[in-house]
Design a protein around this ligand. Structure first.
Ligand SMILES: *Cc1c(COP(=O)(O)O)cnc(C)c1O
Length: 358
């Protein structure tokens, strides 16, 4: 039996006992009225979180499934992939692997996507889709989504695809108001469910585009989701335990209240940031563009990050992340997503201080 380790990595995040208990609800048939009632019951809450009046769909896959699906379904002419970190860089690679005409709009890791650069690229007329990661989890950077969405208004032929995997429900992201055509999130980050489910919603424009694209495959065909979704069903057998967990999580979210939830993320993030500043560290992401759901610390003190994380884990039972991909060791990340509060973060920060080399 391994010692229980509390997760403070930016995904998967710690899952509550209440959520796990909900997953153990006895199974129901996915074509039964019990299932349709379950989906129907959670749907208004999901629409409220997406800030949309469109149907919200449930995909039994990690977020990458539906991120790949978005490209397969929505790109006819070409896709512009906004790239500023590991996840957004990979979306370009995924687009090419789907056989699509794809072009990078790349900035240095830690820098945000510049709305003017998006404007210049779209003005070429080469693209009919754009991918953007709102909160780039690898670098702790939040892109200027409202400013980018303003640019997109000039280009009605471009389908705007936005990943909100690590920011969803932690701050308002008004899908309809921002003109987002497809908004995607996953289960194991901001929502604090176990991995294995993703959620998305589509505008009418996205659905119309899909109807014009061939070779969409089956598993992620948006028209299948639409057809089944109209009857509160999914195209294939979904992970029903996840949907019970989602119902439980929506109860948590609306009991707390959305405004309180948003404020809690601001406050917990500010607490982590005070630790960063008090201990002489800097942020990896550019000032003014730092995430509110995780903190990517720049290792300007040149500590042995692997040793620091190991000590924290072995002596205190807390897991943080030692940096993603090419910035492993040069940065480390602490999540305040999901259920974390000031009370749950204080012991972590105290232990982190204790584990810093003297
Ligand atoms: C984690 C993450 C993903 C990928 O999620 P998977 O569940 O591994 O498919 C995509 N985008 C962002 C921003 C993420 O943080």
């Amino acid at each position: 039996m391994t010692k229980t380790i509390k997760l403070f990595i930016p995904g998967p995040v710690q899952v509550s006992p209440k959520t796990f208990a909900a997953m153990a609800t006895p199974m129901i048939g996915h074509r039964s009225s019990d299932f349709k009632n379950l989906y129907r019951e959670i749907h208004p809450g999901l629409q409220q979180l997406f800030q949309t009046n469109k149907r919200v769909y449930l995909s039994t896959s990690s977020a990458w499934g539906i991120m790949e699906g978005a490209v397969r379904n929505l790109v006819r002419k070409g896709v512009l992939n906004c790239m500023c970190g590991a996840f957004s860089d990979k979306w370009f690679d995924v687009s090419k692997r789907c056989g699509k005409e794809a072009a990078p709009l790349q900035v240095e890791w830690g820098e945000p996507i510049d709305p003017n650069a998006v404007d210049r690229a779209l003005a070429t007329g080469k693209y009919d889709a754009l991918t953007l990661i709102h909160n780039e989890t690898s670098t702790g950077l939040m892109n200027p989504l409202p400013a980018i969405s303003e640019v997109l208004r000039k280009y009605p032929e471009v389908v705007f695809i936005v990943d909100t995997v690590s920011s969803f429900s932690a701050l308002p992201i008004p899908m309809d108001e921002l003109g987002i055509d497809m908004m995607i999130t996953g289960s194991q980050k901001a929502l604090a469910l176990p991995p294995g489910l993703s959620l998305f919603a589509c505008s009418d424009k996205a659905i119309e585009r899909t109807a014009q694209v061939t070779e969409r495959g089956y598993y992620f065909d948006l028209l299948e989701f639409k057809k089944n979704g109209e009857e509160f069903m999914t195209p294939s057998t979904p992970s029903i335990p996840h949907i019970f967990a989602l119902r439980s999580k929506l109860e948590d979210i609306f009991t707390e209240g959305l405004e309180n939830r948003y404020r809690r993320h601001q406050e917990t993030n500010a607490l982590v940031r005070s630790w960063v500043e008090e201990n002489g560290f800097e942020y990896f992401a550019k000032e003014g563009f730092q995430s509110v759901t995780l903190t990517c610390v720049n290792n300007n003190r040149n500590i042995d990050v692997a040793q620091f994380a190991k000590k924290l884990r072995e002596e205190h039972g807390f897991q943080i992340d030692g940096g993603y991909g090419k910035i492993k060791g040069k940065s480390f990340r602490i999540s305040n997503m999901g259920d974390e509060t000031l009370e749950t973060l204080r012991p972590l920060l105290k232990a982190m201080t204790h584990c810093l080399p003297v």
